[in-house]
Design a protein around this ligand. Structure first.
Ligand SMILES: [Zn+2]
Length: 82
């Protein structure tokens, strides 16, 4: 194990910025490394990317509240399930 390990909880925190493309290089690299090994987080990253794309397409200032809430509920469920 190296000292630069991204756990699933940390990865989840970084995913939104990652999907927006606003994550800086070092963190992005760490997250990429985690996603390469972790299928659940990869699926979550795809969900985030799709959501961000959708909200941008619709020219909304942010995620629709309902989607945001559902996403976070799902996130919490996955994290607590391990
Ligand atoms: Zn993970």
């Amino acid at each position: 194990m190296t000292s630069q390990v991204v756990c699933c909880r940390r990865a989840a925190e970084l995913l939104y910025e990652y999907a927006e493309g606003s994550l800086d290089g070092e963190l992005r690299g760490l997250l990429d490394g985690h996603l390469a090994k972790c299928a659940p987080c990869r699926a979550l990253a795809n969900t985030y990317a799709a959501t961000v794309r959708m909200s941008m397409t619709m020219r909304w200032s942010g995620m629709p509240q309902e989607v945001s809430v559902r996403l976070h509920v799902e996130l919490e469920r996955r994290i607590s399930a391990g």
